[in-house]
Design a protein. Structure first.
Length: 521
């Protein structure tokens, strides 16, 4: 029975096909352990038989939702929590070409997906996620055996596991705070949203600061964002084109791609020792606290507390989902209204930071998601509506052992198995990396002209022409005034994050996988 009503001024949101969409795309498996098997297809006919058996074990949104409801009820009743193993399969363009007809492949128009060629002949990726280490190991062993018997060669097995405390990465920061919300309903009920609306001041957000985006940005077959829409209507965002179509209504993906998504995988090695050494040296040279310099580099303190809301570490703020993402850069958030039941009670929104004096322009979170501040990258760039059309759904899990404070180099590799979902690799993942993280940006007020460039690259993930170093600028009012302006420093750092593998994949819907296995595509 439908009980919840919605704001009638909001556009109607589509009902998501939760039995067809892989559960990791819009929800995230969010397990403690994940393993990726990278496969080469040697015998297409044998692999289709393997794929047919696998298709019945793939995990949909519906299964993830049902498990979470049952698990919550089990825990509340005092019983031991339930466990599960979840699966997803994805294919490179070359891998799809081995399994389906050329006519079924031809309408994929994302140039990066079509042209991607890995160093190894990777054709498919199987993601296995589990709560329990022994269950995961057993399923991975079984899948590797079945794949080898089913016409495939296992090229690589990548293992990831959550660090303690949970949701931290190897540098020690709380990870994954600013994920976008998703427009869309789980049923025909008007208010049965995938992402709850918890901001009393903006119906276009989930929690305060969390933009709720049309699902076509991440799954084919649904309306996407309109990059030219205005946000002047209090967050109301009308949908753009169906994500299967370009602006001129020509297809960008085949009809059978409906309920599927592009998956970008990157194995990112993190040099924790270099990161800590850089922070120690710069803190000593500048006379500032190491925790503040870490926050300047990332845009948040390790707890997740954003520099836009505090100049000091604040663990309570860092874990407060109603506040830790509630900020803009170039304008103020809406005023506070009285929350309805189940909504956030917001604190006073922070003032804008037009000159990057609190949160540097080169900080990771400001580069990777500039919110209302993207115009600094290119003169005349669009506003926040355009920015939201370049978002990704980020899924990542650490690999390798922790590196304790004060430890000597141990020769171990550690880092992040980074994955993200989108319906345009060119306009989403690659736009974030190439047009935001890597660019030095146009000059703007507040960056002295005598410096060699504007804000510099993203100090964490930016890539420079010289792979041995990253250069970026910080405005540091904490150091006082120089020539009547807050102090400015140009910093040079080694690469803390280095890609060491990965590729571009397509995750079909559950029924499309079965069709591929039966030779129907």
């Amino acid at each position: 029975m439908c009980r919840e009503t919605v704001n009638s001024s909001e556009p109607e949101e589509p009902v998501l096909d939760i039995h067809e969409i892989s559960g990791n795309i819009l929800l995230g498996f969010n397990k403690d352990r994940e393993t990726l098997l990278l496969l080469e297809i040697l015998d297409a006919a044998a692999f289709r038989r393997f794929l047919l058996a696998l298709s019945g074990r793939l995990t949909s949104i519906a299964e993830v939702l049902a498990f979470r409801r049952e698990r919550r009820a089990t825990i509340e009743s005092g019983q031991a929590p339930q466990r599960s193993v979840w699966l997803e399969v994805a294919f490179t363009h070359e891998g799809l070409g081995k399994l389906i007809r050329s006519s079924a492949l031809a309408e994929f128009k994302d140039t990066s997906f079509v042209a991607d060629r890995l160093g190894e002949p990777v054709n498919a990726l199987v993601l296995v996620a589990a709560d329990d280490a022994s269950e995961l190991a057993g399923e991975v062993e079984r899948l590797a055996r079945e794949a080898a018997a089913g016409g495939a060669r296992v090229l690589s097995i990548q293992q990831g596991a959550r660090l303690s405390p949970r949701n931290r990465e190897h540098f020690g920061f709380h990870d994954g705070i600013s994920q976008p919300g998703i427009r869309g309903r789980l049923s025909d009920c008007p208010g049965d949203f995938l992402t709850r609306r918890e901001n009393p001041d903006d119906p276009g957000e989930g929690k305060p600061g969390q933009a709720v985006l049309w699902p076509g940005e991440f799954v084919f077959g649904y309306p996407g964002q309109d990059p030219f829409a205005s946000n002047a209507e209090g967050g109301i965002q009308k949908p753009g084109e169906c994500s299967l179509l370009a602006a001129d209504r020509s297809p960008v993906a085949p009809e059978w791609a409906r309920n599927g998504s592009y998956l970008v995988f990157r194995r990112l090695r993190q040099d924790v020792g270099a990161f800590r050494d850089f922070i120690r040296r710069q803190a000593s040279a500048l006379g500032l606290a190491p925790a503040l310099l870490e926050a300047k580099l990332v845009g948040r303190f390790k707890s997740g507390a954003p520099l836009m809301r505090t100049a000091h570490e604040d663990p309570a703020l860092g874990t407060d989902g109603c506040a830790n993402n509630d900020f803009l850069y170039s304008s103020s958030s809406p005023a506070n209204n009285q929350p309805a039941s189940g909504q956030c009670r917001r604190s006073t929104p922070p003032a804008p930071d037009l000159l990057g004096e609190r949160c540097p322009f080169s900080s990771h979170i400001r580069k990777a998601y500039p919110r209302d501040d993207a115009s600094r990258f290119v003169v005349g760039a669009g506003g926040r509506s355009d920015t939201e059309s370049h978002r990704i759904l980020r899924r990542a899990i650490p690999f390798g052992p922790p590196f304790p404070e004060g430890a000597s180099p141990d020769g171990e590799e550690r880092g992040m198995l980074f994955m993200c979902y989108q319906t345009s690799i060119v306009e989403q993942f690659e736009h974030i990396q190439r047009q935001w993280a890597n660019v030095v940006e146009v000059r703007r007020d507040g960056i002295p002209a005598e410096l060699p460039f504007g804000a510099g690259v993203d100090g964490l993930i930016g890539q420079s022409p010289d792979p041995r170093q990253r250069q970026f600028v910080w405005k540091l009012p904490e150091l006082g005034l120089e020539n009547g302006q807050p102090a400015v420093r140009l910093l040079t750092a080694p690469p803390f994050v280095v890609p060491t593998g990965g590729g571009y994949f397509f995750v079909p819907s559950l029924s499309a996988v079965a069709q591929m296995a039966r030779g129907e595509l």
